[in-house]
Design a protein around this ligand. Structure first.
Ligand code: NDX
Length: 250
């Protein structure tokens, strides 16, 4: 373990992600935005997604920029760069394309601090604690993890695109998603993101990444369950063969 790595914040941050994931499942309530938005003070979806996801991009991007050029190309900087890539898309592309409904201001604050904390945790661990052998890029954990990360990101972006095409600009209506992995599951975009963060945890072989994958599985898995239940309730002709999150299984 490098000399300037403090174990305690890494363990505390990872434990917090596990606790939040468990809390999400224990409460098992629909997350109060999108289909389940309560009557609350809201901000437009574009502004909300930009503001709440920004820390997950800005924190690792600044930490990477402060690293000596000699460090660029090391597994830690490449892995942190992948994290930045995901959140660059979520912050500057997804948020400006979304046709979602307004987002509760209270949730934006908790999301902002969630993304700030997760950005700090993943960045701190990779830059100040992680150690990788010289042959890490040829290790099966890195190559399989990178493949899953990119596969999951592709599924996630494609599925979110399908959802966006269900509405004309300004519409706030729900229709049955068709095509892509929505042929098999109601939470295709969530399945993509879960695969992505499982791949990231494999490629970085780190506790913080593993616990973020666990949190995403809990939060998005439950959200897929609520979406599937919503669709079955609202659409009589919802495809009966379609599963919630895992094709042909669940
Ligand atoms: N944001 C991650 N909990 C969350 C914000 C809320 O990125 O304190 C987790 C994220 C945060 C949450 C975040 C963490 C936990 C928090 C919570 C707030 C409170 C909570 C902090 C940070 C908390 C405790 C106390 C336990 C700690 O109108 P609309 O918006 O529904 O329209 C939707 C549209 N759409 C349709 N349109 C037409 N017809 C249909 N049938 C449609 N179905 C959907 O598509 C949207 O515009 C769009 C996508 O909607 P949806 O519901 O499918 O996805 P959504 O949940 O909005 O996520 C969007 C993307 C998606 O790719 C997903 O994978 C990713 O963001 N995401 C989302 C949530 C968390 C996350 C990733 C992650 O954990 N990795």
């Amino acid at each position: 373990m490098p000399v300037h790595c403090q174990q305690s914040p890494v363990l505390a941050g990872s434990a917090a992600l596990v606790a939040m994931g468990a809390l999400v499942l224990y409460w098992a309530k629909p997350s109060g935005y999108g289909k389940y938005v309560p009557a609350a003070v809201c901000l437009s979806a574009r502004a909300a997604w930009f503001l709440q996801e920004l820390p997950s991009f800005a924190v690792p991007a600044v930490i990477l920029a402060l690293q000596p050029r000699t460090l660029f190309g090391s597994p830690a900087t490449v892995l942190l760069g992948l994290f930045c890539l995901h959140y660059f898309h979520r912050t500057f592309v997804y948020s400006f394309l979304t046709r979602g409904r307004s987002f509760p201001v209270a949730l934006i604050f908790s999301s902002f601090f969630f993304c700030l904390g997760n950005g700090l945790l993943q960045s701190y661990y990779l830059i100040y604690c992680a150690e990788y052998p010289a042959e890490w890029y040829t290790d099966i954990r890195f190559s399989l993890g990178l493949f899953l990360f990119l596969l999951g990101m592709g599924i996630n972006i494609h599925s979110d695109y399908i959802l966006r095409q269900l509405r004309k600009p300004g519409e706030i209506i729900y229709r049955i998603p068709q095509g892509g992995l929505f042929t098999y599951v109601s939470g295709a975009n969530f399945l993509g993101e879960i695969i992505e963060w499982i791949g990231y945890a494999l490629a970085s072989w780190s506790l913080p990444a593993l616990t973020f994958a666990f949190f995403s599985l809990c939060f998005l898995g439950l959200r897929a369950f609520h979406h599937h239940r919503f669709y079955l309730k609202v659409f009589e002709d919802y495809p009966k063969s379609r599963k919630t999150l895992i094709p042909f299984i669940f």
